[in-house]
Write a protein that binds this ligand. Structure first.
Ligand SMILES: [Mg+2]
Length: 191
């Protein structure tokens, strides 16, 4: 079973700190979702599910969605990418809902995604690779948030600029994580 560390931000870092940090979506622990009565997953697209602007569906990704759906979770892709037939087709193949042309972290788009999966913020988990869009938006909304490592290195120019700031925030978070680990004698959070 995958080990994971739960994070709790303090002070001004609170809104930028995800509940969990994972290497990839495939490490998302289903027991962790169940314990929190999470019934819906709002996931980012670029660099979270697939490399930037590469919308071919790989078998492993389809399998991940199938498992979540079989386990009773409702899913929606929430992306700032512009609407395109390729993304539409991808969401159909994955049998998931879709909100495109969003402007995360603006709340309105998270609300639209929550409506699609018929969930309240407290029942939803936002997954993404960016602190200032996915994590901040999800936290502002009152959802659970999971930060994953980005899949590829290619991305939108504006994103690369924001990443500079993001790296500083993540360094802060890492410092806190070490303190947190010491607090609990380094014991992993039970699943
Ligand atoms: Mg992304």
């Amino acid at each position: 079973m995958a080990q994971y560390l739960e994070l709790k931000g303090r002070g001004p870092m609170r809104l930028l700190t995800p509940n969990l940090r994972l290497k990839s979506i495939y490490d998302l622990p289903i027991p962790w979702l169940r314990e929190r009565n999470i019934s819906a997953i709002l996931t980012d697209l670029d660099n979270t599910l697939v490399p930037w602007r590469d919308y071919r569906v790989a078998g492993e990704l389809a399998e991940w969605f199938r498992t979540l759906h079989d386990e009773g979770f409702r899913t929606v892709i929430l992306t700032n990418a512009r609407p395109s037939p390729t993304i539409q087709k991808m969401s159909e193949q994955l049998e998931t809902q879709l909100v495109v042309g969003a402007r995360k972290p603006i709340q309105r788009f998270f609300r639209r995604a929550l409506e699609k999966v018929n969930a309240s913020p407290a029942e939803a988990c936002v997954i993404g690779d960016q602190v200032f869009t996915d994590v901040l938006g999800g936290n502002l909304m009152g959802c659970y948030t999971v930060l994953v490592e980005r899949i590829g290195h290619r991305e939108f120019f504006g994103t690369r600029i924001v990443r500079i700031l993001e790296r500083r925030v993540l360094r802060q978070m890492d410092r806190f994580r070490i303190e947190h680990e010491e607090d609990t004698d380094g014991a992993p959070i039970p699943q």
